[in-house]
Design a protein around this ligand. Sequence first.
Ligand code: G6P
Ligand code: MN
Length: 439
Amino acid sequence: KFSIVIAGGGSTYTPEIILMLLDNLDRLPLRSIKLYDNDEERQNHVAKACEILIKEKDPTIQYVATTDPEVAYTDVDFVLAHIRVGKLEMRSLDEKIPLKYGVVGQETCGPGGMAYGLRSIPGVLENIEYMEKYSPNAWMLNYSNPASIVAEACRRFKPNSRVINICDMPIGMEHTIARILGFKSRKEMCIRYYGLNHFGWWTSIKDKDGKEYIQDLIAHQLKYGNCLADDDASYYTDSSWFDTAKKVKDIIAIDPTMCPNSYFQYYLFGDDMVAHTDPNYTRADQVVDTREKRVFGECARIEKVGTAKDTTLQIGIHAEFIVDLATALAFNTHERMLLIVPNNGAISNFEKDAMVEIPCIVGKDGYEPLTVGEIPHFQKGLMEQQVNCEKLVVDAYEQHSYLKMLQALTLNKCVPNANVARKILDDFIEANKAYWPEL
Ligand code: G6P
Ligand code: MN
């Protein structure tokens, strides 16, 4: 049986990830679940409810919520890392500062993602160091954002660490693709995909017999985006994900040869995104008013009544990749999964030392990437611009360099010119005083 620590215990995602772990005990048997956060007060919103969820499912599983890294990281097999340095308050500024200048305000795309990257790097490195100190044989399944920049920092500063960088977004999208194409589950599909994190394309969707569906998918998306029909909002309980699902129509019209990650809406249609965003009420505000209220409210209720038997919390199905990945590492299943890994020639006409998101085979010794081959000019051009932004952010962190950060922002596709880049950067420096290295 395995022992897990969730780093970033105070996340609104934690209770639903725990429900997902508890729902998969037959695949991944657990002896211990720990929550770790450096913010005790925040973690306390969910800690007691998580204890009740676990006790009621399997009282033999040990449980602790702690702010002590030694307690958290001692005797663990898997670290599930989803830390958010600066929390939602800083996410809000990542979104609002660029919007002040008419630029996309988003937590992982554009300037906001870069600001977040510079905050995240030291936090992630610190957690890797705890793991290596207290449980050197553990694996970290790292889905801390912004995943691309964080992954590049891992490659550069912790090249030999047992860290696997992964994102849930492609899995969410594959649920949607399966639904559009009429598969019962995404696991009935064998896919090919390449790109950077939040920046890639599906190039093939095959069924078990090898029949190709990518053209059917593209034909559908050209008409309806990621919706089943024109106004099919039912699947998207969240209005901003519904808007994204519709926007996919415009994205795919730019290149109807492959199925794009919906995050391209920010890079290719930044003007439309800005026009539809209230600069004073952004996604961070929505998340606080909806998900955070719902999850923390329900956790408080569970704590009060002392039972979770009627809970409205739902199993985080988008997080099932965590169990898939841990199971593959623990039991050598050779499952095929999309991971963020050093390119090393997998995409033959792309930089070797770029962190790319591609299918890999996962077993007990880690992952082996599959080859992609040559990619077309449009994709390559976009990826080169983006990957160099990401590398410049890590340069800025490493060298405490204002200039590198200015170059990163200037190069980004969401930013129109160097004047705007400089203004955004100067505001970010002011806002991130408590987090950024001094540039
Ligand atoms: C997807 C992405 C994550 C991102 C999240 C934002 O799941 O893969 O990287 O953090 O969306 O969702 P939110 O509801 O917080 O805007
Ligand atoms: Mn992601």
